[in-house]
Design a binder for this molecule. Structure first.
Ligand SMILES: Nc1nc2c(ncn2[C@@H]2O[C@H](COP(=O)(O)OP(=O)(O)OP(=O)(O)O)[C@@H](O)[C@H]2O)c(=O)[nH]1
Ligand SMILES: [Mg+2]
Length: 285
């Protein structure tokens, strides 16, 4: 039986930990068993219970305070993640081996991890060896997406993670509830973008011909191959969360191999196992 994982990635402050807490709550309401693993060695607090926490293995403060290493916060975090990649047995032990388990990995926000460092790819390969079907979830703050060039830059960041990790990826615009009504209207065009017309809008502001040509080529490539799309995510909108989850489930074929499970016994109510016995007693009375 396969196992399932969401690798929750994105720039610093894009809403990864909030997404994990929201998704966990949503799945619990659906009676789905989901667990969260914190992979951020610099995390201070989160609003969800964790099944495993990388800080048990290594904490960024230990690395920064170490006299022989003397790293700053960013270098320290990269060191921690490389240490983690050399100690995947810690994760294996923490996860155990439960069939069809579903784990959300709350990753750190250093963008280097998704552009050129090998750690995340190594993690994906390791998870796949442990029979996980992994889906990348790339979050970008919607407030940084309401202008053409900001949008293109968000698309490029998401694309970079897609290219490096080679797994199904769902891209999400977070914090939709914070947008003003005007920005909300504006953002609709970025949820179903026409990259060519986006280029036309800005043709006046691009002075360098070479830069204009390059941007046009990038936009064309993304549009022609439908490479990157974003789904909106508003943590207060259950229906929207449900649509995001459906896309993710579809991408990792969640549910195809699930076996029927007996409902859990609720206090005061008989479980299915003694159903017959229960009716037998009633018939006798
Ligand atoms: N209103 C609103 N605030 C949000 C939402 N998502 C995140 N936030 C806020 O944005 C801030 C950052 O959110 P986090 O979930 O910690 O972001 P993160 O990506 O985990 O941040 P790092 O782990 O530091 O990279 C917090 O103050 C959250 O309360 C959202 O959907 N709506
Ligand atoms: Mg976080």
């Amino acid at each position: 039986m396969p196992r399932y994982a969401q690798l929750v990635m994105g720039p610093a402050g894009s809403g990864k930990s909030t997404y994990c807490a929201t998704m966990l709550e949503h799945c619990q309401a659906l009676n789905r068993s989901v667990q969260v693993v914190n992979l951020d060695p610099a995390a201070e607090h989160f609003e969800y219970p964790v099944m495993a926490d990388i800080r048990e293995l290594i904490h960024v403060d230990d690395v920064m305070e170490d006299d022989s290493l003397r790293f700053g916060p960013n270098g320290g975090l990269i060191f921690c993640m490389e240490y983690f990649a050399n100690n995947f047995d810690w994760l294996e032990e923490s996860l155990g081996h439960v069939e069809d388990d579903y784990i959300l990995f709350d990753c750190p926000g250093q963008i280097e991890l998704y552009t050129h460092l090998p750690v995340m790819k190594q993690l994906v390969e390791q998870l796949q060896q442990w029979e996980f079907r992994v889906c990348g979830i790339f979050l970008v703050d919607s407030q940084f997406m309401v202008e053409n060039f900001k949008f293109i830059s968000g698309v490029m960041a998401a694309l970079s993670a897609m290219v490096i990790l080679e797994i199904p990826q769902i891209n999400i615009m977070t914090k939709m509830d914070l947008l003003s009504p005007k920005a909300k209207k504006e953002i609709e065009k970025y949820l179903d973008p026409d990259m060519y017309s986006m280029m036309e809008d800005n043709s006046v502001s691009l002075r360098s011909k070479k830069f204009k040509k390059l941007t046009k080529a990038i936009c064309g490539l993304i549009d022609d191959y439908s490479m990157v799309r974003f789904l909106p995510f508003d943590r207060t909108d259950e229906e929207g969360i449900s649509i995001v989850l459906q896309h993710i489930d579809f991408s990792i074929q969640y549910g195809e191999d699930l076996e029927f499970k007996e409902p859990k016994e609720i206090d005061g109510e008989p479980s299915n196992t003694n159903f017959d016995e229960f009716f037998q007693d009633r018939d006798d009375s």
